[in-house]
Design a protein around this ligand. Structure first.
Ligand code: ZN
Length: 337
């Protein structure tokens, strides 16, 4: 049976450095990314030394603890594919982190708090085989960042890939809008209109960040998403990272347009949610701001901010209806919350 009232976060990044043999890596070379990494670690109560230490274990333990100590039942823990060229070969030296599918699939098997969000570039020569393997392994979501991983989702040659994804009942969680925390390879693929082919193939597509800006001069794609919502019943948006200064500008339009009934709750942790951004936009009261600021658990804080903003109750477990039943039952561990 589906737990209809269980809150599920559809967008929680898994990060690691391979210290447990996970195959993950992190490469922070640009000064801005170094600073961001330090902020994220501090936000997670992890020491800066974790980056070169046993990050895999520390991060995973913290994630699980955070879920257990919050009102969120489960999170979709996301793999992170490599940026690839048109032939599907990795682009050397580009990209700031990598999280393999096997790692998130094993995390989901070991921890009932985690659902597996896998990541497969559809140009990979083995894309369909890898997708099949992930379906059998209990994947809940396919996560892609088309602008960072260099994916034109509407290339006709990807049709069989999207058709298989649709048949498996797995949604595509696709980054839309600007991006600051991961290097961008092709900014044009931030446009949600590039998601038309998977939509036409019947894939439930969740436009992460609702096409919002990451910087003030980025293009804004919220209106494009509102148009897509008129054309396609299977397009959704997540509200991950919307409690940040620039992205918060789109919140009202997601609440006052047809997108309101398509919102899926997502945090985008470890990106820190800001209590100030919704306050300054007049989306929460001073009292709500104080209450949210007092919450030390970042996941709980993000949830309570989204509740205070007024996202509909259904948005907090909408993902349950968009992922395969098999993915919800994949864990072999005893549920703890
Ligand atoms: Zn994200």
């Amino acid at each position: 049976m589906r737990a209809t009232d269980a809150v599920i976060d559809c967008h929680f990044h898994i990060i690691g450095n391979g210290s447990s043999g996970s195959g993950c890596w992190v490469r922070v070379t640009r000064p801005y990314h170094k600073l961001l990494a330090r902020i994220m670690l501090r936000f997670f109560n992890l020491p800066p030394s974790a980056l070169a230490g046993n990050l895999d274990e520390l991060y995973l333990n913290r994630l699980v603890q955070m879920v257990r100590e919050s009102s969120v039942s489960r999170v979709v823990g996301l793999a992170h594919e490599l940026p690839r060229d048109r032939q599907g070969n990795p682009i050397d030296g580009f990209g700031s982190f990598y999280v393999p599918n096997d790692y998130v699939l094993s995390c989901a098997r070991r921890h009932p708090e985690i659902l597996a969000g896998v990541s497969i570039h559809p140009a990979r020569p083995d894309a369909l085989e890898e997708l099949e393997r992930c379906i059998q392994g209990g994947a809940a979501v396919l996560k892609l960042l088309p602008n960072c991983q260099n994916i034109d989702c509407s290339e006709p040659r990807f049709r069989p890939f999207w058709e298989r994804l649709a048949a498996a009942g797995i949604p595509l969680l696709a980054h839309t809008g600007g991006e600051l925390s991961v290097p961008v390879y092709n900014p044009e693929y931030a446009d949600p209109r590039t998601l038309r082919l998977p939509l036409e193939c019947g894939v439930n597509v969740i436009a992460a960040h609702a096409g919002s800006r990451s910087l003030f001069f980025d293009p804004d794609y919220v209106d494009a998403l509102i148009q897509l919502a008129h054309d396609h019943p299977n397009i959704y948006v997540d509200n991950s990272a919307l409690c940040t200064p620039t992205r918060a500008a789109c919140i009202r339009r997601t609440l006052e347009s047809p997108l309101r009934e398509r919102v899926v709750f997502g945090s985008d942790l470890p990106i820190p949610p800001s209590c100030h951004a919704p306050l300054l936009r007049g989306l929460i009261s001073k009292t709500q701001w104080r209450e949210c600021r007092a919450i030390s658990n970042p996941l709980e804080r993000d949830l309570q901010l989204k509740r205070a903003i007024g996202y509909p109750a259904e948005s907090f477990n909408r993902i349950t209806n968009l992922i395969p039943q098999a993915a919800l039952n994949v864990s072999t561990a005893t549920p703890t919350c």
